[in-house]
Design a protein around this ligand. Structure first.
Ligand SMILES: [Zn+2]
Length: 157
């Protein structure tokens, strides 16, 4: 019997892939992309980056927090990043970052900062972001140069 491995181009993205607490689909969905008809399909490399981000930071954070965490922005294709006016070298372009929300944002923000400082998790940036009444926590695992600065800051966008 000829057991040929499937050709790379024929592999399909399994959007039902699940990490411990998150699904790949949560990192890919975007209201903006749907509105504008932007393709937000990641490369396999991006999916591996998302798996690393989740395995090393998001799953342990979620386990420690013990309550639901929503991903409001995960992967952004170049077209989507432009549409949401993301910075040119955004970690979202590489699948190296996620924006998170929880029901109690004040408590969640304080928890994330405490957890990052005490868990020993390696990360690049944690940005407590606010735009009007909307707020979220951005966590990036690597910078565009692959560094992990362990930076925590607040930003109005
Ligand atoms: Zn972000």
């Amino acid at each position: 019997m000829n057991l040929k491995r499937p050709h790379k181009a024929n592999r399909t993205m399994d959007q039902n892939r699940t990490f411990k607490y998150f699904t790949l689909a949560e990192f890919l969905k975007s209201r903006k992309a749907s509105e504008l008809g932007i393709d937000n399909t990641p490369s396999f490399e991006v999916v591996e980056h998302l798996a690393t981000l989740t395995g090393q930071i998001l799953d342990p954070l979620r386990a420690a927090y013990g309550k639901p965490i929503t991903v409001t922005s995960g992967y952004r294709s170049p077209a989507l990043n432009k549409a949401v006016k993301g910075v040119a070298n955004s970690a979202h372009l590489r699948g190296d970052a996620a924006d998170l929300q929880a029901k109690d944002m004040a408590g969640f923000k304080a928890f994330v900062v405490r957890w990052l400082k005490s868990s020993g998790a390696r990360f690049d940036q944690c940005i407590l972001e606010r735009s009007g009444k909307d707020e979220w926590v951005h966590i990036g695992i690597y910078s565009s140069t692959g560094s992990q600065r362990g930076e925590i800051k607040s930003m109005n966008v």
